[in-house]
Ligand binder design. Structure first.
Ligand code: 13P
Ligand code: SF4
Length: 351
């Protein structure tokens, strides 16, 4: 049962000691999150993985995060994902074949290696990070996207941004790039469904990917809430649509959201556009300060893949480690890892 599972996780952790570190993303459910040694957003957790000395890095998050941990840690360290089915539907919206096809198609108009910096959101497979490494591009997260785009425009005139169109558009707009200079590349269509003129004029070419969780938040949800409670402060993750972000006073990563709401004055009311587990935990935490924290959508929307990691899977990998068996190791192949690391390190050095 749950109580026994909990006790066995604690016992397994204790017997592994500092040979094992558990990293937990803010979207993890409580029963898993409470066992994390270190928690954070994607940027913070990738830094933690690169600094860790633990032999085993157990990543309570999704697949691309465990890949990043493998790439940034030393070869003898082992990165583990408790449930191998914990992917990210957004990351899956871009794949190497489609991005290479896009690069070739752009090549009909200009030499993309001269004109375009490829930028991949960290929510992407390792071979796409490697693509960015090979083509003098870079990785970004939701907490450093602006700095990364600034750097990218310092290199070349245009940016190809994948897989999340919303993070790209929201960040570009905040940097003063007009909406009509950001075009959406529909990877299901030849030439992204764009005209030659649109591509030539574009400063950012946005891949047509999105997060299935953050797309559920709608501008009318914000409007309706504000009609009832006009003094509400609205805070959103940049994976939300442009229309939602336009209605938010604060936009940032999960770590930024937590920090901003925690540091605000007591007795304030907040409407938060990000994953439910984070919002519920924050609401509970801040109740004693008289802060009201509300979820932006009227319907429940959780990240179903983050939710895959349950205490049973965590227990299973930990007890196997105690017995000397490594299960669910995530190992990025050597060729990709080298180039992906280059693109990741470019990011970590900048921001
Ligand atoms: P951050 O925690 O970096 O803001 O990312 C959110 C997210 O969707 C992770 O998949
Ligand atoms: Fe991917 Fe969205 Fe889930 Fe994050 S919240 S892991 S972007 S599907």
């Amino acid at each position: 049962d749950d109580a026994e599972c909990e006790e066995r996780i604690v016992a397994a952790k204790q017997s592994l000691g500092d040979r094992c570190v558990i990293l937990g993303h803010h979207y993890q459910r409580d029963e898993v999150f409470r066992h994390a040694d270190l928690t954070g957003d994607s940027l913070k957790l990738s830094r933690e993985a690169s600094k860790s000395n633990a032999q085993y890095i157990v990543f309570c998050g999704v697949h691309f995060m465990a890949e990043v941990a493998d790439i940034l840690s030393r070869p003898e360290q082992i990165s583990i994902l408790p449930d191998l089915a914990a992917g990210c539907s957004m990351a899956d919206m871009a794949n190497l074949a489609a991005v290479e096809r896009c690069w070739r198609e752009l090549g009909q108009l200009f030499d993309p290696d001269e004109v375009v910096t490829p930028v991949t959101y960290i929510n992407s497979a390792a071979d796409l990070k490697a693509f960015c490494g090979r083509h003098n591009g870079i990785v970004c997260t939701s907490s450093n996207a602006q700095k990364i785009l600034d750097w990218s425009f310092g290199q070349r005139q245009k940016v190809l941004f994948f897989p999340d169109q919303h993070l790209g558009r929201n960040t570009g707009y905040r940097m003063g790039i007009p909406l009509d200079e950001m075009v959406t590349w529909d990877f299901a269509k030849p030439m992204g469904g764009l005209t030659e003129d649109e591509i030539r004029r574009a400063r950012i070419i946005l891949w047509k990917g999105f997060c299935s969780v953050h797309q559920m938040f709608r501008p009318e949800h914000v409007d309706r809430f504000l009609e009832r409670y006009p003094d509400t402060r609205v805070i959103a993750h940049p994976e939300c649509s442009f229309e939602v972000c336009q209605k938010a006073q604060y936009i940032g990563s999960t770590e930024y959201i937590l920090k901003t709401v925690r540091e605000a004055e007591p007795n304030t009311r907040w409407l938060v556009g990000t994953e439910l587990n984070l919002v519920n935990r924050l609401a509970e935490e801040l109740k004693p300060q008289g802060k009201e924290v509300h979820f932006m959508s009227p319907t429940v929307c959780m990240c179903s893949t983050m939710f895959r990691t349950d205490p049973q899977h965590l227990l299973w990998v930990l007890e196997n480690l105690v017995e000397g068996h490594t299960v669910n190791r995530i190992k990025v192949q050597e060729g990709d890892a080298r180039w992906a690391k280059l693109a990741l390190n470019r990011m970590l050095q900048l921001a």
